[in-house]
Ligand binder design. Structure first.
Ligand SMILES: O=C(O)CCC(=O)C(=O)O
Length: 302
């Protein structure tokens, strides 16, 4: 059955030519050549059930209880339902070890199965960032289209993102959407050579390329893919795949975390490693106003 999906500022039909289902790569999960071929071809791997579903649900419960203690839930609702309602307050959890590092949460965000997957891909010992991008995304919110290099490109060129839904998430609650082949297609070459080389801190430029996903595919080609995901699934991709999220149109928090893995021998982006990893540099007022993406895109001609 066709569904109407809110994706950034746009409305899409799912499934359709411009918003298709993700390709399931569980058939190649133990086959290195198969994984590499899929990564080269599509730029991402969607692996349903890679993680232990019960462990993911356990982590979800710990996070929801923490959020409830910080007034994130609709008063009177059951914390484990994750209802933000009208009165749920936003709770910042990105990089907050108090909630990213309890044993049952870390058990998922730094799971042995993730180290095994990247070990198989790289054939080398693997490291992960200490910083975890744990998100509770509320009603009407979505993530704009971007490439991760602009946020974490100061270390390994072989860094990969893992997106982990912390629960069963329908597209209507805000799921990751990828633009397959944007890491290699000719249509995206100029974006990769301009936007795809910048750094939000060094260049003091905002990170989202656009909030309008249709603008991407109309100007540069390709299509988007997303899907309903379950606790235990993961999506992984490299630093130059254009991606975004659909809009959460429900009254429940969408819980997910993005974490990063790389070969341990490569340099690590210092912003995201070590106990004191500080994240992005706050813009100093003396340096003037940061550059908007609109200004930057005009300069790059994209
Ligand atoms: O979860 C989201 O909304 C965005 C995630 C993302 O951009 C990422 O995993 O790099």
């Amino acid at each position: 059955m066709n569904r109407t999906i809110q994706f950034g500022q746009a409305t899409y039909t799912y499934p359709s030519k411009e918003l298709q289902p993700l390709r399931d790569s569980s058939d190649v999960v133990s086959d290195r050549d198969g994984l590499l071929a899929r990564l080269e071809e599509d730029g991402y791997l969607y692996v349903p059930g890679l993680l232990d579903r019960n462990e993911v649900l356990k982590a979800r419960h710990t996070i929801l209880r923490y959020m409830a203690e910080h007034e994130a839930m609709e008063p009177g609702s059951r914390p484990l339902d994750g209802v933000m309602g009208q009165y749920g307050k936003h709770v910042g959890m990105m990089g907050k070890e108090v909630i990213t590092h309890p044993p049952d949460v870390l058990n998922v965000l730094a799971a042995d199965r993730l180290f095994a997957l990247y070990g198989l891909i790289h054939q080398e010992p693997i490291s992960t960032f200490d910083y975890k991008w744990l998100r509770a995304v509320g009603h009407d919110a979505s993530t704009g289209a971007h490439m991760d290099f602009v946020y974490m490109g100061q270390g390994s060129k072989r860094l990969m993102t893992t997106w982990i839904p912390l629960g069963d998430v329908a597209i209507e609650q805000g799921t990751l959407a990828v633009c397959p082949q944007s890491h290699r297609s000719e249509g995206f070459a100029r974006i990769r050579d301009t936007y795809g080389r910048m750094d939000v801190d060094r260049d003091r430029t905002e990170g989202w390329f656009t909030k309008d996903p249709r603008e991407i595919t109309q100007k540069f080609g390709g299509f988007w893919q997303t899907g309903d995901v379950q606790a235990g699934d993961i999506i992984t991709f490299g630093m130059h795949l254009m991606h975004a999220s659909t809009t959460n149109v429900t009254d429940k928090w969408r819980l997910s975390c993005d974490v990063r893995f790389q070969p341990a021998a490569d340099p690590m982006d210092p912003r995201w490693t070590g106990k004191e990893s500080g994240g992005h540099t706050p813009a100093a007022p003396a340096q003037g106003k940061p550059r908007s993406m609109e200004e930057a895109r005009t300069a790059w001609g994209v």
